[in-house]
Design a protein around this ligand. Structure first.
Ligand SMILES: *Cc1c(COP(=O)(O)O)cnc(C)c1O
Length: 380
């Protein structure tokens, strides 16, 4: 059995030892319900509030603007449905893009079935939206713009600051799915007009099943799950105390080691892209060359079927993805690759490599050598 080399950090990451260590006592020793008045409960409450402070601090928000959820998908649902339902009397129009994660796309489609109007913005061949098209799509009925911070498949980083300015000028709420951006991009909410922001712990070395939603003070939104009064009455359900401790620690670590981590990933990414472009013919980089996540390299290989590529890589112990994990297994080319205008034959041969903590240059060399061999073999 080959050593496992993991290049799929956009799908998920391993929980860091230090994160796990802080979480463990909250499964057993400190098991109190944060809503209980006695000491055991107060201990849990304290841990939850400390984690809230850490999450808020990492993105320059206030602790009371952070709501804990069960995942990035729930955060997206809560943000979009929460704003849509609470602002129905103001209007029924939402603007998003064609390249969102299914958690946003399918939420918007759900709202369309309930009578909301949704505009799905196009993107250019790099995956960037047009600010002009965005502004032209705004009408009196528009209540919400939901545009992802960075794309999970092609890594393109959208013009978030400019989008925020447009939203503010038109008095429209702006939600961003920042699940891929947290830990990979510095986010200062004092400088960006973002009203709601989704994140997910397992994408930045925290536990799976743990998300958070930032909601700026004053934003009118409503809960989508009925039950108890947890999370200031906005998200019912007994808090996942261990998970909350985990997301707090993970985001703290992510921004403590930010520069070093960012440089490491950028170097590995640029090395990989340049080597592949040099050594493999008919390889095309997808996504913007510079406005992209530090660890993302999505490349299409002409006359290749990504499924065969992934199987052959797997034999060598290499974990990678042909698109987003959520859409792999389906035969249709991913909606993101279609939106950037790739011909189906090219989109079919797209390989997403996402680097992380546990990768080094030797691993990347092994990946490149393996790819050269596999692509040559499959093209024969
Ligand atoms: C992974 C991901 C999600 C979903 O997060 P989960 O915690 O897995 O539900 C949403 N949006 C983007 C951009 C993602 O990459």
């Amino acid at each position: 059995m080959e050593k496992i080399r993991y290049f799929d950090h956009a799908a998920t990451t391993a929980t860091k030892e230090e994160v796990l260590k802080e979480m463990l006592p909250y499964f057993s020793l400190n098991y109190g319900n944060p809503s209980s008045m006695y000491s055991v409960g107060r201990k849990s409450r304290k841990a939850v509030e400390e984690a809230r402070e850490k999450v808020a601090k990492a993105i320059h928000a206030e602790p009371k603007e952070i709501y804990f959820t069960s995942c990035g998908s729930e955060s997206d649902n809560l943000a979009i449905k929460g704003v849509a339902y609470a602002n129905r009397e103001r209007g029924n129009h939402i603007i998003t893009t064609k390249i969102e994660h299914p958690a946003v796309l399918h939420t918007c489609q759900h709202l369309e079935r309930e009578g909301f109007q949704v505009t799905y913005l196009n993107v250019d061949s790099d995956g960037l939206i047009s600010l002009e098209e965005l502004e032209n799509s705004i009408c009196d009925e528009t209540i919400l713009i939901s545009i992802m911070f960075a794309n999970n498949e092609i890594g393109t980083i959208e013009p978030i600051k400019e989008i925020g300015e447009i939203a503010k000028r038109h008095h429209i709420y702006f939600h961003t799915d920042a699940v891929q951006a947290i830990g990979n991009v510095r986010i200062n909410l004092k400088e960006l007009n973002i009203d709601l922001l989704s994140m997910s712990a397992h994408k930045f070395y925290g536990p799976k099943g743990m998300g958070a939603l930032y909601v700026k003070t004053g934003v009118k939104f409503e809960k989508i799950q009925d039950g108890g009064h947890q999370e200031r009455n906005m998200r019912a359900g007994t808090e996942n105390v261990a998970g909350i401790v985990g997301i707090g620690k993970a985001i703290e670590l992510a921004y403590q080691n930010f520069e070093e981590y960012n440089k490491k990933l950028t170097d590995l990414r640029d090395y990989y892209i340049s080597q592949v472009e040099k050594k493999i013919p008919d390889a095309k980089l997808n996504g913007h060359r510079t406005k992209r996540l530090p660890g993302n390299a999505n490349i299409s290989f002409k006359n290749i079927d990504a499924e065969g590529l992934l199987l052959n890589l797997d034999i060598k112990g290499i974990c990678a993805s042909s698109g987003s994990a959520c859409s792999s297994g389906s035969i249709n080319p991913s909606h993101v690759l279609v939106a950037i205008g790739l011909e189906p034959e090219i989109a079919q041969g797209s390989l997403r490599i996402t680097f992380g903590d546990d990768n080094n240059k030797q691993d990347v060399d092994f990946l490149i050598e393996s790819l050269i061999q596999i692509v040559e073999k499959l093209r024969k």
